[in-house]
Design a protein around this ligand. Structure first.
Ligand SMILES: Nc1ncnc2c1ncn2[C@@H]1O[C@H](COP(=O)(O)OP(=O)(O)O)[C@@H](O)[C@H]1O
Ligand SMILES: [Mg+2]
Length: 241
């Protein structure tokens, strides 16, 4: 594994009125790492993704991606630098086909002809060829999530942030997403996942960060996190034990 730092989140605080959604959060993600972020509902996980990808700006702290201070950048500028995210509530273009959705991602950095080529490759890599011409509104939610990941992947990210990609999926569908993410990983993309499905995130992550009420309360390999007293109290309970 490379030891190059790709993302640095430094003392980030985000408030909504009187609510401190993120409280002095700091961590780093290295190139090619798979990092999971867990924590109870309302812990600040989605806010963290929103702040990293420029949908919100932090009240304090800095975010550095691939050597560039992106703290005040817009989402499209951040995406152009190679940092892309998916949404907790999937947002595909429902009337467009699977292929067209992927093409939209590919068009971010490429001319039309090159984008078509890139979209074809992603379609094939993620095993979506059979669904190519189906409007996204007509495919099941699990596949929509894969299309969402495919669209993100077509932007050629260095790093992909995935918000609850396994939520609401059955075990078979979860396995499918897992395989998809492994393929994404093999292409050299660094992954950061927010997830509620413990088996899923513990299985795929090399390192886990735990947020509780806006504070990072723990960070470490999955085995360590699963045995961490304060994590068990805040979140895991007896569920994962
Ligand atoms: N746009 C917003 N305006 C006001 N409060 C928000 C906004 N977004 C999130 N929050 C609040 O910030 C806290 C963290 O939310 P969120 O990041 O969505 O948590 P998680 O994704 O961990 O469940 C919650 O209390 C939530 O209600
Ligand atoms: Mg969330």
């Amino acid at each position: 594994m490379s030891t190059q730092t790709l993302l640095t989140v430094k003392n980030v605080t985000k408030r909504f009125g009187g609510l401190v959604a993120l409280n002095d959060v700091s961590f780093e993600i290295k190139e090619k790492e798979i990092v999971g972020i867990i924590g109870p509902n309302g812990a600040g996980k989605t806010t963290l993704f929103n702040v990293i990808t420029g949908f919100y700006h932090p009240d304090a702290g800095r975010i550095i991606f691939n050597g560039v201070d992106i703290t005040k950048f817009r989402p499209d500028q951040i995406c152009s630098l190679g940092l892309t995210r998916t949404f907790q509530l999937v947002k595909p273009f429902k009337d467009l086909t699977v292929f067209e959705n992927i093409l939209i991602g590919a068009l971010l950095k490429r001319s039309k002809a090159a984008a078509v080529e890139k979209a074809e490759k992603v379609l094939k890599d993620l095993d979506l060829e059979k669904m190519r011409n189906i409007p996204v509104k007509n495919i099941p939610i699990a596949e929509r999530k894969i299309v969402e990941a495919a669209r993100a992947l077509a932007t050629e990210p260095k790093m992909l942030l995935l918000d609850e990609v396994a939520a609401g999926l059955n075990p078979t569908e979860t396995v499918k997403i897992l395989e998809t993410l492994k393929k994404v990983r093999e292409q050299g993309v660094t992954l950061c996942l927010v997830e509620h499905v413990m088996r899923f995130i513990m299985g795929i992550s090399e390192r886990i960060l735990v947020l509780d009420r806006g504070v990072k309360i723990a960070e470490g390999p999955p085995s360590e996190i699963a045995a961490n007293e304060s994590v068990i109290q805040a979140y895991l309970g007896v569920k994962y034990a």
